[in-house]
Ligand binder design. Structure first.
Ligand code: FUL
Length: 507
């Protein structure tokens, strides 16, 4: 038997010639297996978890990943002027929803399965949905609720009542404010940010749009003002305000810092789609990086959000009432966003009443029904699992962890085993058409590629393959009826750590 090499700190790991043995060295126990390397044992003699690979999510990002599906509310003067981008000269009097009902709006989102809502507190036109102390261009000068109303407060409070998280969109570009483009605007913008961060409870996100179109009203100047979006907003110091006042809020911009744009407004993530990115000195609106697919390995953990509207426009237009996305279209988007490891941010535009239109409600309802019917039962439950390798041969890292419905537990292999296989023998023949995988995110994105086989007519047949997994990977396949399924990890950057495996049937 050759001697194991143990580095300072007990971190490594050598000894491909070993049969199983356990060594004790300067207080560190190692367990070694032929051709698979050694792993550190904890005080109780159990194997230590794998070392994280590459960039990993922060605690606030992990909370965001768990949300998976939430919504946008685009609502402002545009709702009443039939525009997508207001010029900034809209009279406050145009904002006058006839039957505003925050509980209807939030209730619809909840019924659709959304975990939170993000409201356009201020869009590019500069009109504020809350009575900001720093401008007259807000709800306080509108006829709605005699100028006493506050849409941010009402939607935020309704979210809390219904158990949804709440977030705000505060457009950096402001086509109303006279000082836009000059230094004074930055002070104004940060004052508004502080109002939103301090007066409306916990926020799960602050959403920083990258659009800067140039021309606008600007207090009557009616001119084009260009800014350098890498320097003008002094993003690092602006973002610090959010960190100081809402440390658990995840910030969105095209390039992060906490989550990124997916590079299109159709809600479709890349294949692969890595949660890692190398943004360089990227700033909102200045998107050089590969936002759609991410970058591997990448210098930062900046996962993608897929934003898309349920209608062609972000704001409500009666002329688009018959262009609401169908349940089938919404499902396709779900599989191409949540199913590629991202979060889906689906926009629901309140109408001129201040409610979500019946057509949108109907489509969302059927979409939710199909999702619930699909994921009601994991058809892999009760399967007999055989893994080609289990970390330290310890059941804490055994394949049973894949079916326990708990994302914090996982099947892992020994350190040098990158391409393990897992066989599932189902209790009876089952028919499925959706496959689900999750990685244990705190250990990073480890798997580069995988394949799924089914035993059909006595032979293994590959039925699906994929690349990145991350938070959640969903693959739709033609219906497969079988009693045996096999997962093959075909490429990985480190020993895999998989949290969940599922087989489902979409009606
Ligand atoms: C874009 C904006 O210009 C659109 O109006 C919308 O708010 C969308 C979510 O982001 O950049």
């Amino acid at each position: 038997m050759r001697k194991a090499l143990i580095t300072a700190g007990g971190g490594t790991i050598l000894g491909p010639m070993f049969k199983r043995s356990t060594l004790l060295s300067v207080g560190t126990a190692l367990s070694c297996f032929a051709l698979t390397g050694c792993i550190r044992l904890n005080g109780a003699g159990r194997p230590m978890p794998p070392t994280p690979y590459g960039q990993v999510p922060s605690a606030r990002q992990l909370r965001w990943h768990a949300m998976e599906f939430y919504g946008f509310l685009h609502f402002t003067v545009n709702t009443f002027t039939d525009k997508e981008w207001g010029y900034g000269d809209e009279a406050e009097s145009v904002f006058n929803p006839t039957d505003f009902d925050a509980d209807q709006i939030v209730g619809v989102a909840k019924e659709a399965g959304m975990a939170g809502l993000i409201l356009t507190a201020k869009h590019h036109d500069g009109f504020c949905l809350w009575p900001s102390a720093y401008t007259e261009h807000s709800v306080k000068n509108s006829p709605w609720q005699d100028g006493k109303g506050d849409v941010v407060r009402e939607i935020g409070a309704a979210c809390r009542r219904h158990g949804l998280k709440f977030g705000v969109y505060l457009s950096p570009w402001d086509r109303n404010y006279p000082e836009y483009g000059r230094e004074a605007y930055l002070t104004y913008y940060r004052n508004q940010l502080r109002e939103l961060l301090t007066n409306y409870g916990d926020l799960f996100t602050v959403w920083f749009d990258g659009a800067n179109g140039g021309d606008g009203y600007y207090g009557g100047a009616r001119e084009t003002r260009r800014i350098d979006n890498r320097t003008y907003y002094d993003w690092n110091n602006t973002w610090q305000i959010v960190r100081d006042l809402q440390p658990f809020a995840c910030m969105f911009s095209d390039v992060g810092p906490d989550f990124r744009w997916v590079g299109n407004e159709r809600g479709i993530a890349g294949e692969p789609c890595w949660a890692t990115l190398s943004p360089g000195d990227g700033a909102p609106g200045n998107t050089q990086a590969n936002l759609n697919q991410g970058e591997r390995p990448g210098t930062h953990w900046i996962p993608a959000e897929c934003d898309v509207s349920i209608r062609p426009g972000w704001f409500y237009h009666a002329g688009q009432d018959d262009q609401v996305k169908t349940p089938a279209q919404l499902l396709d988007i779900y599989y191409a966003s949540v199913g590629r490891g991202c979060c889906l941010n689906l926009n629901l535009p309140p109408d001129r009443r201040g409610r979500i239109h019946d057509n949108d409600v109907a489509s969302l309802r059927e979409f939710r029904r199909l999702l619930d019917a699909t994921f009601a039962e994991n058809l892999a439950a009760g399967a007999r699992l055989t893994a080609s390798n289990v970390r330290g041969k310890n059941r804490n890292f055994g394949p049973g962890r894949l079916l326990d419905g708990d994302r914090t537990t996982y099947w892992a292999t020994d350190d040098f085993v990158f391409t393990p296989e897992l066989a599932l023998e189902l209790p009876a023949a089952r028919t499925f058409n959706v496959i689900e995988l999750r990685e244990h995110l705190p250990l990073g994105q480890r798997v580069d590629a995988f394949a799924i086989d089914a035993r059909i007519d006595g032979a293994w047949k590959e039925i699906a393959k994929g690349t990145s997994i991350g938070n959640r990977r969903l693959l739709r396949v033609d219906p497969v009826a079988t009693t045996q399924v096999r997962l093959r990890i075909t490429q990985a950057a480190a020993c895999p750590a998989l949290a969940e495996f599922g087989l489902y049937r979409e009606p």
